[in-house]
Design a protein around this ligand. Structure first.
Ligand SMILES: C[S@@+](CC[C@H](N)C(=O)[O-])C[C@H]1O[C@@H](n2cnc3c(N)ncnc32)[C@H](O)[C@@H]1O
Length: 246
């Protein structure tokens, strides 16, 4: 029987093959066992259903909503960089929270720029830099040029490399991405700004935490309920950026 789900199909050799689709996926024999297991889990997942109800592009919206509800990181008027933004659910949340469409005329209007290696479908209230590597210097220059003041209040990263399945290697690659974003934060993040990044738990997580502690007054590790218990992902939330003296 066919069951509607939001489906993010990521093929084994996925170079740039992630697709964000509202599709009707059938548990049929043409799928591999891993795909069948993945689909079965999606169909049972309450966050997948909620994402459909609220028109979010994927369930990860609820991770950011939960973190923001608790830690108040996104405010009207904020300028936000969303790193690894595809398919765009975090940007959807950011657009609402920072009032980038100016729907609340009594509040300041913010700005959201999202960046991803993949194509990101347009979203009202956000500027997207698709097919762009955030670790690339030219991409970073472009981000700075589109930000209204060249500066950001918040850097969000739900970025993840394509997993190899080798836990230590995947962990190390994500740690390197986080460290690269920290360099970006030194150029664009305002004093008092916030940095939120995903990291897979592992031996180097303390290195990222220590670097964050040198540059932010308040650093904590958060694991929203929407993040699956069996997943090694946690988020490092760093608030109150200290401007480096140059
Ligand atoms: C888990 S998804 C992000 C989901 C997103 N937060 C949302 O709510 O829609 C991780 C994304 O990071 C992107 N990514 C990985 N490495 C990247 C890089 N170097 N530059 C830009 N994006 C990258 C991937 O292409 C992928 O789309």
């Amino acid at each position: 029987m066919a069951t509607p789900v939001i489906c993010f199909l990521q093929r084994a050799n996925n170079v740039v093959s992630r697709r964000s689709l509202h599709v009707t996926c059938a548990l049929d024999k043409s799928r591999t066992a891993a795909e069948q297991r993945w689909l079965a889990r999606q169909m049972k997942d309450p966050y997948v259903r909620e994402a459909q109800t609220h028109n979010y592009r994927c369930r990860s919206a609820f991770k950011l909503l939960e973190i923001d509800n608790k830690h108040h990181i996104l405010q009207p008027g904020h300028h936000v960089i969303d790193c690894g933004a595809a398919p765009g659910a975090w940007s959807q949340v950011a657009v609402e929270k920072v009032n980038s469409l100016g729907r609340d005329s009594a509040a300041s209007a913010g700005f959201v720029v999202g960046v991803d290696l993949l194509n990101i479908a347009p979203l009202d209230g956000a500027v997207f830099l698709s097919n762009s590597d955030i670790t690339d210097f030219d991409t970073q220059k472009k981000i700075i040029s589109v930000l209204p003041s060249g500066k950001a209040d918040v850097i969000l990263s739900d970025m993840a490399p394509n997993a190899t399945g080798i836990r230590d290697l995947d962990h190390q690659r994500l740690v390197n991405m986080c460290l690269s974003l920290l360099e970006l934060s030194e150029r664009v993040l305002l004093s008092g700004g916030t940095f939120l990044c995903k990291v897979w738990d592992g031996s180097e997580i303390n290195l990222v935490r220590d670097r964050l502690r040198q540059r932010f007054q308040d650093v904590r590790t958060v694991k929203p309920k929407a993040s699956r218990m069996e997943s090694a992902e946690v988020y490092l939330l760093a608030k109150l950026h200290r401007q480096q003296k140059r």
